[in-house]
Design a protein around this ligand. Structure first.
Ligand SMILES: [Zn+2]
Length: 616
């Protein structure tokens, strides 16, 4: 697939017009009588599905750490309902041709249906040509103009984007503010905009010496064409999205971090916006700065630190998660939080955790490309796992980095609002349950897999998952089948319980006794999800014993994780059996602690009963 686009932005009206040529190959075995495009910005109109959904969530009250609050996204709330005509967004396709012939268009708010006059046959190729016009919405969510940090344009989801057709058919997902899925292709994009604007984008700039602004080759003399505008020409090969951002006050820095990879950062130090941000700081944070000038200097230093930190993390990232496949990545000040795009991210600020998180989406969203609407946890969850692991490595911390992810999941379980991770991202009853399922429970999926198969084997699974499924849109099954091949174990049960249901894990130490000189320890399965069990016994003389009970659905055992400790292995605990007895030849009165999973990687919802401390 290949997009060729040419757009002209009017910075006075915040409107642009564009042409798009899309060369589309039907690689499926199916005959296509229709195609669908996304028109995301039509969501930013009063009464849109996104507006209705957000306002509805505003009436759902969620009990959090600090009392009750509405379930809506604090950035969206009822703001769409209040947009004035010049603040709304829209995307209109004014004319669409297939192979030169006019096609019938049916607009469904954020989805454009194209009824084709002739079907596209399997293994054939067609060319779509369209004209479109759009108004950049006032920044509400992800894209827009004039965001809270004063960035003029955050241009994501800005062009008519073909929906994905895969083994499940078309995915014409109306936009209600959530996840994305797209088709890989090559982008060739020309953007014409007023000369003072500096553009950051998903693509490689093709005319750097006509542009300058930090893009020019070393020592080159920048010669800009005459006129009030500049035309920027970008190409982005093999991506499934194209984002750009523009502001006249961007500072642009670059760093070559390894052979074949240049990182860019674009940020804006806007005095009025930073003054406002400084005044809004909580007292205890504000107190750290002498005055607003000190605050601004610190803010700029944090931005300057982004590329060196990214460079420092890169070798660890590539060793653990696989190589970054493109020649460029840009950290761009814009948007309203942190949001991932192809070869770039929009960041509200320079926090390193968010910087790493959004960059890691390049692995799970941009290179692997799971359908995020259906498997948000395979994108947000895996990305959050990587973020926690990498940021701990950057801090040189020896602490286990997933405590917050587990705490988030336990909070979700206690709330009674949990829904299965198989729920479509748009269809969760609450944003609260969506977020904790996708980010926290999804992150635990990986860390807990390490408990089941062993951490080293889990790491091998992650690397092979990357190599086998890069640029292929894996689903949950694909991951599990790969993990089964890597381990020789059956792991379908892990997906069935952890992903498809809200069943929880709760094991306990039940009772102890001595029988014919052998000490027996009985464990009990109280929960509804079965797991293999690690038990550690600690004796009065401080020696320990490690016991391991696989679970019968695994048809296998985890390899010994810590080779310096000998492990006593048992036959499998059948998932239907409520109890299991392990034993030791040490005297019961010598035992001080019996503990199930001292690593705490198993997401047992009641840990109090996992550990028995004895006082004889
Ligand atoms: Zn994310």
């Amino acid at each position: 697939m290949k997009y060729t686009m040419d757009v002209k932005m009017d910075v006075n009206t915040n409107r642009f017009t564009g042409t798009q040529k899309l060369e589309y190959s039907n690689n499926s075995p199916d005959t296509l009588g229709k195609v669908f495009y996304h028109l995301y910005w039509n969501a930013f109109q009063p009464g849109s599905m996104m507006d209705e959904r957000s306002r509805r969530q505003g009436s759902v009250m969620i009990r959090g750490g600090r009392g009750e609050s509405p379930d809506w996204d604090g950035r969206v709330r009822d703001r769409i309902a209040n947009l004035k005509p010049n603040e709304m967004g829209y995307q209109k396709v004014t004319n669409l041709l297939m192979n030169g012939r006019q096609q019938k268009l049916i607009e469904h708010e954020t989805i454009l249906e194209v009824v084709l006059d002739k079907p596209i046959l399997p293994k054939s190729k067609v060319t779509f040509e369209l004209q479109f016009e759009a108004q950049v919405p006032f920044q509400v969510r992800r894209s827009g103009r004039d965001n809270a940090e004063g960035i003029r344009y955050s241009m994501s989801q800005w062009y008519p984007k073909l929906c994905e057709y895969d083994y499940e058919g078309w995915h014409p997902n109306p936009y209600v503010g959530r996840e994305f899925y797209g088709v890989w292709g090559d982008f060739d994009v020309k953007i014409t905009i007023e000369k003072s604007y500096i553009i950051a984008s998903s693509g490689y700039l093709q005319n750097p010496n006509q542009i300058g602004y930090g893009y020019e080759s070393a020592g080159a003399k920048v010669v800009r064409p005459a006129g009030a505008n500049l035309t920027w020409h970008f190409i982005a090969p093999n991506v499934h999205d194209f984002m750009w951002a523009a502001d006249p006050e961007y500072k642009h820095v670059t760093k070559t971090v390894r052979n074949g990879l240049v990182l860019h950062a674009f940020y804006k130090i806007s005095a009025p916006h930073l003054q406002k941000a400084y005044e809004a700081l909580p007292q205890n944070v504000k107190g750290r700065y002498k005055d607003v000038t000190a605050y601004m200097a610190d803010y700029e230093n944090q931005w300057k630190n982004v590329l060196p930190e990214a460079e420092r993390a890169l070798p660890f990232i590539e060793k653990t998660f696989g190589p970054y496949a493109y020649k460029q990545y840009s950290f761009v000040h814009g948007g309203d939080g942190g949001m991932e795009y192809a070869m770039a991210t929009l960041l509200k600020g320079p926090s390193i955790g968010t910087v790493i998180h959004e960059w890691m989406h390049s692995w799970y969203q941009m290179m692997l490309g799971t359908n995020e609407s259906l498997y948000a946890w395979m994108d947000e969850g895996f990305t959050s796992y990587a973020e926690s692991r990498i940021t701990a490595w950057l801090r040189k911390s020896n602490e286990w980095p997933y405590a917050d992810d587990y705490a988030g999941y336990f909070f979700l379980v206690r709330s009674g609002r949990e829904e299965p991770m198989t729920t479509h991202a748009d269809h969760f009853n609450s944003n609260f349950a969506y977020s904790l399922a996708a980010y926290s429970k999804g992150c635990i999926f990986i860390e807990q897999l390490g408990y089941i198969v062993g951490a080293e084997v889990r790491d091998r699974i992650l690397r092979n998952y990357y190599w086998q499924w890069r640029f292929k849109h894996p689903n949950a099954n694909d991951f599990i089948v790969l993990a089964e091949k890597e381990t020789g174990m059956k792991l379908d049960w892990y997906k069935e319980f952890w992903v498809n249901t809200t069943k929880t894990i709760d094991y306990a130490i039940d009772s102890l006794w001595e029988e014919n000189g052998v000490s027996k320890i009985r464990m009990k399965n109280i929960g509804l999800m079965p797991m293999p069990i690690d038990v550690q016994l600690t004796f009065k003389d401080s020696t320990t014993e490690s016991h391991y009970v696989p679970m019968n659905l695994m048809y296998g055992s985890k390899p010994v994780e810590n080779s310096s400790v000998s492990r006593k292995n048992y036959s499998a605990w059948k998932w239907t059996s409520p109890t299991y007895v392990i034993e030791t030849t040490r005297k019961l009165t010598d035992l001080r602690i019996a503990e199930i999973d001292p690593s705490q990687r198993m997401a047992d919802i009641d840990r109090k009963n996992n550990r028995l401390e004895l006082t004889w």
